[in-house]
Design a protein around this ligand. Structure first.
Ligand SMILES: [Mg+2]
Length: 266
């Protein structure tokens, strides 16, 4: 486990590292078990805000990976924690899926009814696979009434078993396109917020923490920015050629492996 030498905690990106869509990456469960058996604390992270942490616990369990809810950080959960900390009285209009709505509610935040977008102080936008004209119109009305524009993340795409699918960037883009405004805050990677929350949950310092991810522009970029050890795997969004091109840039990973199984046996 050369890549993990001196490391006591690991932040594992899920999409493209543990699975693609509903299909697990080869030997991922065994690799995660090996990390646990060697005493490392784990956090599973995803920029995806569509599902709750409980849903991710179930998804991982189906792939033979036991995990607890407090080991999961989604961009939806991170957004909820951020708002709870900074603007607990926010009135939020959500353009996103039910998973995002439940995380915000669970954090004690107020959601405004779909029919009353003008009452919102914040519009929170995430991946929405049932986006339609009415939802975009609601978000626009809230923004025109002066609400702050917050994105759970801005990923253009995410990997599924059928290849790349439109990510939160599609929803954020729809609202940016009609309002002429961009989000004033993006919570997901490469912003620092999700990693800060993960480090808080792990109770470790950046120097003893590694991040394993499949994207240079999110996982590796934020890992380097925050002083974590960075491990890129080529089982998701990034090709070997892109990894090679990142050498000597601010996105150059400390280690590159074909997949997480290879990283763990290194
Ligand atoms: Mg990923």
């Amino acid at each position: 486990m050369t890549a993990f030498e001196g490391i006591s905690a690991v932040i594992l990106d899920m999409d493209g590292v543990i699975y693609r869509g509903d299909r697990p990456v080869r030997a991922a469960a065994r690799a995660v078990k090996r990390l646990r058996d060697s005493g490392k604390k784990l956090v599973f992270s995803t920029n995806n805000s569509a599902s709750t942490r409980a849903a991710y616990v179930r998804k991982l369990a189906r792939m033979g990976i036991p995990a607890r809810e407090h080991e999961i950080v989604t961009s939806g959960y991170a957004t909820a924690i951020y708002l709870q900390k900074h603007t607990p009285h926010a009135r939020i209009y959500v353009v996103g899926e039910n998973g995002l709505r439940s995380e915000l509610k669970r954090a004690g935040l107020n959601l405004v009814p779909i029919k009353k977008p003008e009452k919102a102080t914040h519009v929170v936008v995430g991946l929405d696979r049932t986006i339609n004209y009415g939802k975009i119109a609601g978000g626009l009305r809230a923004l025109l009434a002066g609400a702050e524009f917050i994105a759970t993340n801005a990923d253009a795409t995410y990997p599924t078993e059928r290849g790349l699918s439109p990510g939160a960037g599609a929803t954020v883009g729809a609202l940016a396109g009609c309002s002429g405004r961009n989000p004033s805050l993006v919570i997901g990677k490469p912003s620092p917020y999700m990693i800060e929350i993960a480090l808080e949950l792990l109770g470790t310092k950046p120097s003893e923490t590694a991040i394993v991810g499949d994207r240079l522009d999110t996982d590796i970029r934020v890992g380097k920015k925050m002083g974590l050890r960075t491990i890129l795997v080529l089982s998701g969004a990034c090709t070997k050629r892109e990894a090679d091109r990142a050498k000597n840039t601010e996105m150059a990973p400390d280690f590159v492996f074909k997949n997480i199984a290879e990283a763990v046996v290194s």
